[in-house]
Design a protein around this ligand. Structure first.
Ligand code: ADP
Length: 248
């Protein structure tokens, strides 16, 4: 595997009781890029994403992360290796403050389960780092707000902060703009662009204008297969892509 390919699949296939949802997908995600997975409803995007994050086991095919075969690795282990999925709302604890949420993520990264035996200096250091992360995602003024009281858009920013706390090399974003109020879309898009400056991002996203603005590479799936790949200009002019979207 070429050094600049950080995530690669070969012949990735998932069958559900005989129905082939993902069918021989070869994907190459280049280091330092924002790579989008798009396609009409039922194309297999979510299934593909769940295979990459190890929430599903492929029927056939392999997944390589930095040259290592992770096809059979657990979700927790791939996360520890730096391949981290974001936007699982459940990952945010609503009854804890924004700062506490990020602190827990930082502790998880360090492998701590409890902090009662930690020195005050260590805790202060963790809080400083948590606050830095909150500031990085534009939540500096919300450190003491309960996560459950944050707006939807800010909750998603908090999820990005908790994901960043795990120091991922590759971030997998599942529909980052889903359910987002119009005014939040630009803010989260800018945040993703900033996060991507020193990371790789693979995202499934329906909002095509966001995909056009953010992505370096787009893979279009249809009926479980790769239909086209390239930058937005290339794939948006591809007859097969236009047909797949119109034909739905
Ligand atoms: P997308 O995210 O592109 O809309 P999905 O990956 O959710 O597509 O689904 C692809 C196809 O696989 C769909 O036809 C869907 O009905 C089917 N599918 C997804 N998950 C399951 C499942 N657990 N059991 C059976 N069929 C499934």
């Amino acid at each position: 595997m070429a050094d600049d390919i950080v995530l690669q699949t070969a012949g990735l296939t998932k069958e559900f009781r005989g129905f082939i949802a993902v069918n021989g997908v070869d994907l190459k995600v280049r280091r330092g890029t924002i790579h989008a997975l798009i396609g009409p409803n039922g194309a297999g995007k979510t299934t593909c994403f769940n295979l990459l994050t190890k929430f599903l086991t492929p029927t056939r095919g392999t997944i390589l992360y930095k040259g290592e075969d992770i096809t059979k690795t657990s979700p927790a282990d791939v996360a520890r290796k730096g391949l981290v999925r974001s936007f699982q709302i459940s990952a945010v604890f609503p009854h804890l403050t924004a700062l506490e949420n990020v602190r827990i993520a930082l502790q998880r990264k360090r492998g701590d389960s409890f902090d009662f035996w930690r020195s005050e200096a260590t805790l202060r250091d963790l809080d400083d780092r948590a606050l830095d992360l909150l500031e990085a995602v534009g939540l500096g003024d919300f450190a003491t707000t309960l996560a459950g009281e944050l707006s939807y858009g800010r909750k998603r920013s908090l999820e990005i902060a908790t994901t960043l706390a795990l120091d991922p090399e590759v971030m997998l974003l599942d529909e980052p703009m889903a359910g987002m109020a119009h005014e939040d879309v630009g803010r989260i898009a800018a945040l993703i662009a900033r996060v991507a400056e020193n990371r790789t991002i693979l995202m499934v996203e329906h909002n095509l204008s966001v995909v056009a603005d953010l992505s370096d590479v787009i893979t279009v799936l249809a009926r479980g297969r790769v239909l086209a790949e390239g930058d937005y200009d290339t794939v948006s002019k591809d007859e097969r892509v236009i047909e797949a979207y119109i034909g739905v």
